[in-house]
Design a binder for this molecule. Sequence first.
Ligand code: PSU
Ligand code: MN
Length: 295
Amino acid sequence: MSDLIQLADDVRASIVAGEAVVALETTIVAHGFPAPHGVEVGLEMERAVREAGAIPATIGVLDGAIRVGLTDDELARFDATALKLGPRDLAACAVAGDVGATTVGAVLTVARAVGIRVMGTGGIGGVHRGYPSPPDVSADLVALAISPVLVVCSGAKSLLDIPATTEQLETLGIPTLGYRTDTLPLFYDAAGGPPVSRRVENATLAARIASSHWELGGCGLVLGNPPPESIDVAELIEEAVADAARTGVSGQGVTPFVLAQLHERSGGRTREVNRALAVANARLAGAVSVALAHL
Ligand code: PSU
Ligand code: MN
């Protein structure tokens, strides 16, 4: 491998030995929470992965390279000034030497390149509300369609058009597994989502399905993990999405804008639920990764 992708020693050793590794993103750190909460959440997600018996591989672009596995000081460099990177942006960011925070789609791109099979995040991106004006569909979906990685998440973020996102996942051949649930979680809310394609009762079953899916040439899978606590913020979401449109926030700016509005308008309640679900997803991703290593 060239110097473009640099693996931390523990991550490299784990991949080579076929042991458990979980990829984590840095957009949730830089843009998902107001400072200093993002870095705290990132560190907590790493701890949860370790507690589950896996090695965390947090991915971001620093100093001209795509880094897989960060020290605490390096993680702290992912603040609100970091670029938000989709799959298309990775190479240009590295070449320019900018600090770049990875979205789910960017992490999947790197995970595919280095052979990491499991990722943990809060919620995946999808079809934004109002499609086709504007026609905003997260690159996370295409990355899932071409990367053999299982993503543990609390479904798609509920600021999206969930029915349209669910249809897209089906069209792209992406299984939506439900962890001890029959419906895909709605990020802040465990209940009321669309049916999953298959319910699984434990991490081993999820790992066996993923492995079989890959044997068939299938690529990404979603494992929906209900948030540990639910809140109904449907009205706040409507308001925040409308505000984004009204104030001309578009494209990559929409998700961070809406999340920040929700954190503010809910008096920090969405921030707490988002933190809790992201950490729980990292922990479950660790368990699935361990199960995969022992199949
Ligand atoms: N999960 C969270 N908070 C976040 C994200 C996920 O709890 O901020 C990020 C991920 O990086 C995901 C991105 O890829 O939101 C989606 O952005 P967009 O809709 O612009 O593709
Ligand atoms: Mn978008």
